[in-house]
Design a protein around this ligand. Sequence first.
Ligand SMILES: Nc1ncnc2c1ncn2[C@@H]1O[C@H](COP(=O)(O)OP(=O)(O)OP(=O)(O)O)[C@@H](O)[C@H]1O
Length: 372
Amino acid sequence: MLVNQLSIHNLRNLDNPSLSFSSHLNIIYGPNAAGKSSLLEALYILGNGRSFRTTKHNKVINDEYNDFTIFAKLESSGIRHQLGFSRQRNGETAIKLNSEPVKRLSTLAKLSPVQILSPEQYDLLVKGPSSRRKQLDWGVFHVEHSVLSLWQKCHKILLQRNQLLKRQSPYKDISIWDKQLVTLSEQVTQLRQAYCDKITPLFRQYCQDFLGQYDLSLQLYPGWSDRKDIGLQQIYSEQFEKDKQLGYTQSSIHKADLKFVLDQTKRAGDYLSRGQQKLLITAFKLAQLKVMQEYGRQTPLFLLDDIGAELDAHHQQQLLNVLANQPPNQQTFITCVHLEPLKPLIEQYDDVKMFHVEHGHIKEVSVDAAAL
Ligand SMILES: Nc1ncnc2c1ncn2[C@@H]1O[C@H](COP(=O)(O)OP(=O)(O)OP(=O)(O)O)[C@@H](O)[C@H]1O
């Protein structure tokens, strides 16, 4: 996917920019609090319908207005589209694709996939499983869209099952749902596992490059006991009394986790330093990007927020080397405060565009004017 033009109205501190982008590399630079991340936020919203920085939608709307609007001219799977997204303070959202209203956020996700590496994600290893599960499902969805309807069916049945459990219904009433639930759960898990199998060798390779000697890998926890001698159906019958006491189903795809494992058994988050965790997340994101490039329906935008802030010079250089070797259909946006470390990367691209941001004002500048 490719964003050619973007207009933003009333988002954070930005003064309503209209911008044309390079189809390859876009560098957004300027001092702290200028509005660089806000531009990436607008691009991210186009593909996800929400910010990567906050779950509170109102925070994204400029303080003096009641709504924000983002309008983009983009190419998705080789077809040109016009996409508009607006959100009001009361939560009302309007999405228009080629002037036609769109109801489902999954339409956005299919149309304009966006991958982001930002400081907000560096604590993925030490957070709860839900944020890792989101990352996993993002990847699975973009390789295999059918996972969404399986997931939704599964979710619906689980809600019904949980209602029956809360009502203390007998096992015979609840077990009617279990067969279908087991089948759907196993299908979702197979797709998740297939994705893990694709991403793991790439992840291990990037970890090797960034972290050297460590034996790091990914393990999928499906959301229930991974004992080989016992299936999900049996788990449901064995856990029934406890589920009834709790009023919900303990074992489900909603409990899945993508575990980052050191030396086959240890939780990587318990052993790696904070800097190493950042490198591991960087390796994971790059591996996700590569899986999308190789197996996805289309290549996502790649957004790198604050590239210089969190990595030392050596590792920043390694990351820049990876970025310099991206395929020609990869559109990338990088924000930074200092341009100097990006000089070798910029020199490798013929059609890089540079944008200077200050006090919410974004101005395109030539590479020469950026005084590199
Ligand atoms: N709802 C809002 N309305 C107006 N201004 C806002 C709103 N939310 C945030 N801001 C301001 O927008 C500015 C831009 O923030 P942003 O995070 O985009 O800057 P940045 O250039 O990425 O900074 P840094 O380099 O420090 O990460 C900040 O000064 C912030 O206070």
